[in-house]
Design a protein around this ligand. Structure first.
Ligand SMILES: [Zn+2]
Length: 207
């Protein structure tokens, strides 16, 4: 009878998180586990290597250690002639930039999505958590500003009129500011607004 298998599902070893069992090999050979690294890379790792700490990441940890060592040695960081720009492509195809002091940097690696940085630079403010940066042409590493759009996922909490008005006010203030609102009112043209919408224009989800 085979030895009972210790289930590692959900456990964390270094940067690895165990997703589930890949294959039980038997006959003294270690079970293989599907794992996901903090950086997003997925690999199959032997349970023995996880538990002993031989494998602590997909390789990104080793890369970072080498980089940190290099930085410590020459003490010049980004100004070093050996600096490779600190830009990586993650397993999902997004470009990330080494920027450990950024509030959205991943905790261990210190990398931030490049599209966030480009958008923040253009906005002159942080991208907030209700916002996403969309890649127009679908290429996740094409972070030219003209390929990026700022989307906002926020919406009123329900259908209550006062909630919608409060949300609309907040949205206006975030995206056009007080000056923009004043300009809008200044240019407001009652004639262009037309007749009030008819009741039949509304689709009601409540019957
Ligand atoms: Zn990794």
């Amino acid at each position: 009878m085979p030895r009972p298998l210790i289930d590692l599902t959900g456990q964390v070893f270094g940067r690895w998180r165990v997703i589930n069992l890949h294959k039980r090999q038997g006959k003294g050979r270690p079970a293989l586990w599907n794992c996901e690294c903090e950086c997003g890379n997925k690999r199959i790792v032997a349970g023995t290597n996880l538990r002993s700490g031989i494998s602590a990441s997909c390789g990104c940890l080793r890369d970072e250690k080498a980089r940190t060592l290099m930085l410590a040695r020459n003490g010049k960081g980004a100004r070093s002639p050996h600096w490779k720009g600190g830009r990586i492509l993650d397993s999902r195809g997004y470009a990330r930039v080494w920027n450990p002091t950024h509030s959205r940097a991943d905790k261990r690696g210190g990398y931030v999505y490049e599209h966030l940085l480009v958008m923040e630079e253009a906005l002159g403010r942080p991208v907030n958590i209700s916002e996403t940066v969309h890649h127009v042409n679908g290429h996740k590493a094409d972070n030219r500003l003209e390929n990026l759009e700022l989307w906002n996922k926020s919406h009123p909490p329900g259908q209550r009129t006062e909630d919608k008005i409060a949300w609309a006010k907040d949205t206006l203030l975030i995206y056009i500011g007080v000056e923009g609102v004043l300009k809008w009112i200044e240019n407001y043209d009652q004639d262009k607004v037309g007749s009030p919408p008819q009741k039949s224009n509304y689709i009601s989800s409540c019957s």
